[in-house]
Ligand binder design. Structure first.
Ligand code: PLP
Length: 421
């Protein structure tokens, strides 16, 4: 447990929870969310509703849409929302402004990023057309015809990477993240990895894996769905090439809120999106037949932004105004440590087994417990007011969102779990 959260060692779990909550500098943030008396440990699937969102959506619908109508594209900042909100997410993932654009689902952004990565690596046969295509032809390396994908990935990334491989003439090779350094070669064009494993909660070493990918001359694509908003990512610091992530988990943007795409600044002039919709055009209202990509991150845009959910996300992000991601990480580790301790104290030995690494350097913000009949155990937990989720075949998943989960929640969840055996 991190030092600032370690003072109450020695007391009962309930006493420790009370002391930890009393000392928690982030505890006040819980009041900014709509919560009830259940213990909500599913923010790694759908974040809770921030109180700022309903009023904002009401204003967007009634005033911006209802009264201003078409004027809102300019006057309410609708048109520039994808870049503006991207810049709001940027500090949370360690990116300077101008490199993140919000829109579409994570799956769609995985597609843009993986095809874009292969094109950056020159592994797609130099396609792209026009002057930029010619530039890519020059950079083209015939040998780069392989995409590596995390073999344990959330399925959508694997499905999309397989399609991206077919489209670019590459071979897709699934590899466990630990084995990526050995699997890299002069044939590797792009590597798609998850920062945190959605099932086990394992955190992968983004700095060293990105460095290994670069040493092989390949392009990295990171899926940040389970790390953004839960821990520091350091995209710029570690030279990540491209990244994607959702906003409905630890960023609390709401069901189906738009995802984002990060394109490192120095790659932007050569980033060749496979979905060059009119919103990514340098002059979208010029309505010209040829696509001329805009400068900067906004060449990652596709079509008309989904304004209602995008502006709900913008309101949701206000909760981060005075919060550092480092403080969130410190509390996250304290919460998951405390949960593991309480499970040990309350759950009969052998009934569950943690598949989440004990090492802080390898842990995201969730704990996954392997358990016989896990689906039924989760149903009973939910019936008793502890909301986690079940993942096939035998995993109880508990997500800890430091913005609104407290230590008493953790103690209660472990107590209820122990009572089921
Ligand atoms: C790692 C990861 N990638 C992608 C997705 C899903 O992406 P989409 O926003 O397209 O549904 C999830 C959803 O939980 C996920 O956990």
């Amino acid at each position: 447990m991190s030092e600032s959260y370690a003072d109450s060692a020695g007391e009962s779990p309930a006493g420790r929870a009370a002391a930890l909550d009393a000392a928690d500098e982030l505890a006040k943030l819980r009041a900014q969310f709509v919560l009830d008396d259940t213990v909500y440990l599913d923010g790694n699937s759908l974040g809770a509703l921030p109180r700022s969102v309903p009023g904002r959506i009401d204003d967007v619908v009634r005033r911006q849409w209802g009264s201003l109508r078409i004027r809102s594209w300019d006057e309410s900042g609708w048109w520039t929302a994808p870049e503006r909100i991207g810049d709001r997410i940027a500090p949370l993932v360690g990116a300077a402004p101008g490199q993140i654009v919000v829109g579409d689902s994570t799956s769609v952004n995985v597609f843009k990023a993986v095809v874009g990565a292969v094109r950056l690596a020159g592994g797609d046969g130099g396609g792209g057309g026009g002057a930029r295509g010619a530039a890519l032809d020059e950079a083209r390396d015939e040998a780069r015809d392989e995409i590596l994908v995390d073999a344990t990935t959330f399925p959508t990334d694997g499905y999309i990477a397989a399609s991206a491989a077919r489209l670019t003439g590459c071979t897709l090779r699934p590899v466990a993240p630990d084995e990526v350094p050995d699997a890299l070669s002069g044939r590797t064009a792009a590597v798609l990895l998850n920062h945190v494993d959605y099932r086990t909660g394992r955190l992968y070493d983004l700095p060293s894996l990105t460095a290994a990918i670069h040493e092989a001359g390949a392009v990295s694509v990171w899926d940040l769905c389970h790390s953004a908003g839960a821990l520091p990512v350091g995209l710029d610091e570690h030279g990540v090439d491209l990244a994607v992530g959702c906003t409905y988990k630890y960023l609390n943007g709401g069901p189906g809120s738009p995802a984002y795409l990060y394109v490192r600044r120095d790659h932007q002039p050569r980033f060749d999106s496979p979905l060059p919709g009119w919103n990514s055009h340098a002059d979208p209202f010029g309505m010209t037949p040829d696509h001329v990509p805009a400068d900067g991150a906004l060449r990652g845009r596709v079509g008309t932004p989904d304004i209602l959910s995008m502006l709900a996300l913008e309101a949701a992000l206000e909760v981060w105004d005075d919060v550092s991601i480092e403080a969130v990480r410190t509390k996250s580790l304290a919460l998951t440590d405390f949960f593991l301790e309480c499970v040990e104290a309350y759950v009969p030995a052998g009934a569950v087994e943690s598949v989440t690494p004990a090492d802080h350097g390898e842990r995201g913000s969730q704990v996954a417990l392997r358990c016989a009949d896990a689906g039924e155990v989760m149903r009973r937990l939910i019936a008793q007011g502890v909301i986690g989720d079940f993942r096939e075949p035998d995993i109880l998943r508990f997500g800890f969102t430091p913005l609104y989960v407290g230590f008493a929640d953790v103690e209660r969840a472990a107590g209820v779990l122990g009572g089921l055996f």
